[in-house]
Design a protein around this ligand. Structure first.
Ligand code: PEP
Ligand code: MG
Length: 862
């Protein structure tokens, strides 16, 4: 094991953040990057300077044979031809750790280079990195990572430097390393997902990171590992079935990644905050998302924007009352029973309210439900009850211990999850005492809620209609309560500090969350201007909503349908709210993913019907269950496949299990009003599959006798389907391009592969040619060609897809308003010209830069 020290001061981060495919894609090797704050590069280890070009922008140190570390100062800095760099050593020099290697002019390089980020990369084979420094500030000379030479079982040469596939067998002990690429690390929602998978296994699985260990069934334990993006996670199980158990957890990670991608557009806030109209002089002029102490006019208070917006209202202070609990219990049996009763009451209540809001609320409540069953929390509580505590005191003791563990982490995002634990603590304590929620307070109209902190359930218990904004003395910008506030359209400012205590109840306030500013005592003039601004913003928001609800046309009048991809009723409600004109892809497999038994016809009908009801007459494209490959179903254990992505999946699975297909088709045919449902067949490779489904549909229609024929479409997800689209068109009413799989199969890159994630780009010209072929076949046959894969929400892709002839885009609900606005600003002729040029390019990067150049002048479509 050898140590590599930070060669400079700065902000340490994952290579994923480096804006260069070579480094981000680990093509040279694995490592970390530093965004420097000083212009001196020190030796990261003892060794010899192997290379240091005249340009002085990079240096390689050989610490030992087969142990070479490259430090590359900035991106594309070779073009500076040495300007701004001064080498302090020469190739061949021996250096000791901490010796100066290069000085560079930070300002000059920052201005001239594409990026100042410094990748520090192990360019030798056969090594594994361990103890990587977590993202954050780092000083030169501090440990960056350790390098392990891995030689196993006498295998020739060292093991692969690829951290992911390292499977080790120690008797029946199976370990697997995963490089976490989830942007927010293992925070509450992915942790809940892993814990759910682990609980379904009949053996314990351990997760290890940063020298800490957790039972994989414990959300609290997983979060306390403090795993962030770029960190390594070791998954370990022992005994018969260990390999399957570890594989199940790896799949859980992939599912978490898929969920993150599915929510990616939402997380990136596709609806930008409405720009300030008549700027009120609330300074500073630039949004202060991360600024805690901007230059302010005297009398103003600063905070951090947690949810965008601008509001005027009256200060309404809320304080949380500590729920009182008896310390000593009335015997172990009694208290254990009490706690179980309280937990199950809370569980029932949370399950009832789970689907009453949008997707955000559902996911947060899911995480809270996991806390209730958490083995670590419950184990600790049981131990405290065993030691004589009451149920309430034991539950509080156990949650506080978990909260302390989270608060000790150096990851703000995970620390913010302590709020969720406090929330669940409160739910259970209230259920034990039988008290009502202590924060049911009547709000005055246009209340600006002031508090030190706020819990998710406290916010959802308040009357949204009476709330104008939220301002917290503490709190974090990425907490769950901030996510909820953003979803509710409530401006929210956090981190204002103790100054907030000086604001009196009932005082008129101006909250400018976008600029991170609170005016606690506005002048009459400022109030008049602010009121006017609120009115203009309200009118603009209404205008945007109405525009989003309109049918979508390009600037030159071509009709383009903007539909939504759905996985639940809550998604459908959100989609209609965002202006979806229908559902372009209902992933029916997601509706029943957690079940142990196959859903019956009536269960499926109920689920589809409630989604159809939420869509209120809009078309519902229902995809037949796409099972297999990366979407295993618990109730349908398919035989192990050496190559699942190329095995039984999609329509192939349906044909192998005709009874399941029959049940689903019967349910789909019974949804009312008839004709609203259109059927989409996944993973088609030739016309025989469509004919088989058609034949079954025809048979079932004779039994069910719906009053309308069922439209049937095929997904174009395989190169085979794209290239034979002209022939498939004879058998279908429409096609929908699944760009996620089409990209995977065209580029021969696993769509879930963390290290290939950046290269699995649907804008590769080969994928675009296949989309173009399908679109052309659709145009010739007069059949609609849609895209429902992730590329439909990619702003750079939209003009190309329209130029190729696609006329329906189906995306995550949150992306719809921005997508409609973008399409409304595009001219189809220009899109055609752009698409034609893209088809002849040599890489996805070339396509992206052409799109960027084409719309470089601030047009709406870039
Ligand atoms: C696709 O492959 O693009 C698609 C929409 O299907 P899924 O992502 O569900 O496989
Ligand atoms: Mg697919």
């Amino acid at each position: 094991m050898r140590k590599i020290m930070a060669p400079c001061d700065g902000w340490c981060t994952s290579l994923d953040e480096v804006p260069d495919e070579v480094f981000a894609g680990r093509m040279l090797g694995d490592g970390l990057a530093i965004d420097p704050t000083t212009g001196i590069i020190f030796a990261p280890c003892d060794g010899e300077v192997l290379t240091l070009p005249d340009s002085g922008h990079a240096v390689t140190i050989r610490g030992a044979p087969g142990f070479d570390v490259l430090i590359h100062i900035g991106i594309d800095t070779v073009q500076l031809a040495g300007k701004g760099f001064e080498a302090r050593v020469k190739p061949g020099s021996r250096v000791r750790i901490g010796d100066e290697l290069i000085r560079f002019d930070l300002d000059l390089v920052a201005r001239a280079a594409k990026s100042l980020m410094i990748p520090i990369v192990m360019i030798s084979d056969g090594i594994v990195l361990e103890h990587r420094r977590s993202p954050g500030l780092i000083a030169a000379g501090e440990l960056l990572f350790e390098v392990l030479f891995e030689v196993q079982n006498g295998a020739a040469g060292p093991a692969s430097s690829d951290p992911t596939p390292a499977i080790e067998r120690d008797a029946a002990r199976i370990e697997r390393r995963a490089n976490i690429t989830l942007k927010q690390g293992l925070h509450a929602r992915p942790a809940a997902l892993l814990a759910r998978r682990a609980k379904a296994l009949d053996m314990p699985v351990m997760l290890i990171a940063h020298g800490r260990e957790s039972d994989a069934r414990s959300v609290v334990g997983i979060m306390a590992l403090g795993v962030r993006c770029g960190d390594e996670l070791l998954i370990r199980a022992q005994g018969a079935g260990a390999a399957e158990a570890v594989a199940a957890l790896m799949e859980g990670l992939e599912e978490a990644l898929r969920m993150e991608r599915a929510h990616g557009a939402a997380a990136e806030s596709p609806v930008p905050p409405v720009p300030p109209v008549s700027p009120v002089p609330l300074e500073p002029a630039q949004p202060a998302m991360r600024t805690s102490a901007p230059q302010l006019r005297p009398g103003l208070m600063s905070g951090v924007c947690a949810a965008s917006g601008f509001a005027v209202g009256r200060a309404t202070r809320i304080e949380r009352r500590e729920i009182e609990v008896e310390e000593h219990g009335l015997g172990e049996l009694h208290e254990t029973g009490e706690l179980a009763r309280a937990r199950s009451n809370v569980k029932r209540r949370l399950e009832r309210v789970r689907d009453t809001g949008g997707a955000e609320r559902r996911e947060i409540i899911d995480a809270h439900l996991e806390f209730l069953d958490d083995p670590t929390l419950n184990g600790d509580a049981d131990a405290l009850i065993g030691a004589g505590k009451s149920a309430g005191s034991a539950w509080r003791g156990a949650t506080r211990r978990a909260i302390d563990a989270l608060q000790a982490l150096d990851d703000a995002r995970l620390r913010e999850r302590a709020d969720d634990l406090k929330d669940v603590e409160g739910h259970v304590l209230l259920a034990l005492t039988g008290e009502a929620r202590p924060m049911h307070l009547p709000l005055p109209a246009r209340a600006v809620l002031l508090a030190d902190d706020l819990l998710p359930s406290e916010l959802t218990a308040l009357d949204r209609q009476r709330l104008a904004a939220i301002v917290l003395g503490g709190g974090g910008a990425t907490s769950h309560v901030a996510i909820l506030a953003a979803a509710m359209g409530l401006p929210m400012l956090v981190g204002v500090g103790t100054a907030l205590a000086t604001v009196s109840d009932g005082q008129q306030l101006i909250v400018d969350a976008d600029h991170g500013v609170l005016d606690p005592a506005p002048s009459v003039d400022a109030l008049i201007q602010a009121e006017a601004r609120v009115e203009v913003l309200r009118a603009q928001a209404l205008g945007q909503r109405l525009a989003a609800a309109q049918e979508c046309h390009s600037l030159d009048g071509t009709r383009v349908e903007v539909f939504a991809n759905l996985g639940s009723v809550a998604d459908a409600i959100a989609a209609v709210d965002q202006g979806a004109e229908g559902c372009g892809l209902l992933r029916t497999e997601f509706l029943f993913i957690d079940r142990d038994t196959a859903p019956t016809e009536s269960e499926q009908l109920a689920a589809y019907q409630s989604i159809a009801n939420a869509l209120a007459g809009r078309p519902l494209i229902l995809r037949m269950m796409d099972v297999g490959g990366d979407k295993p179903l618990k109730y349908m254990p398919l035989p192990h496949e050496p190559n699942p992505a190329l095995g039984l999946r999609g329509v192939r699975t349906a044909m192998a299990y005709p009874q399941l297909m029959r049940t689903q088709l019967r349910a789909a045919l019974r949804v009312q009003p008839y004709g609203i449902v259109r059927l989409l067949i996944p993973m088609v490779t030739d016309r025989s599959e469509i004919l088989a489904v058609r034949a079954l549909v025809a048979l079932l229609m004779r039994e069910i006798r719906p009053q309308q024929p069922l439209q049937i479409g095929a997904m174009i997800e395989t190169p085979a389907a794209a290239l034979t689209a002209a022939s498939l068109m004879h058998e279908v009413d429409f096609v929908s391009i699944g760009s996620n799989d089409l990209t995977q199969y065209t580029l021969a890159m696993d769509r879930g592969h963390a290290q290939l994630a950046r290269r699995t780009d649907a804008l590769h010209p080969a994928v675009l040619q296949l989309i173009g072929a399908a679109a052309m076949a659709g145009e010739a046959a007069g059949k609609l060609v849609a895209v429902c894969g992730g590329v439909a929400a990619d702003r750079s892709a939209v003009p190309i897809l329209l130029g190729l002839g696609v006329r329906e885009l189906s995306v995550v609900p949150a992306a719809i308003p921005a997508l409609k606005r973008q399409i409304g600003a595009l001219r189809i002729e220009e899109c055609r010209a752009l698409a034609a040029r893209c088809l002849s390019l040599g890489s996805a990067a070339d396509v992206r830069s052409l799109v960027e150049q084409t719309y470089a002048h601030g047009e709406e479509s870039t």
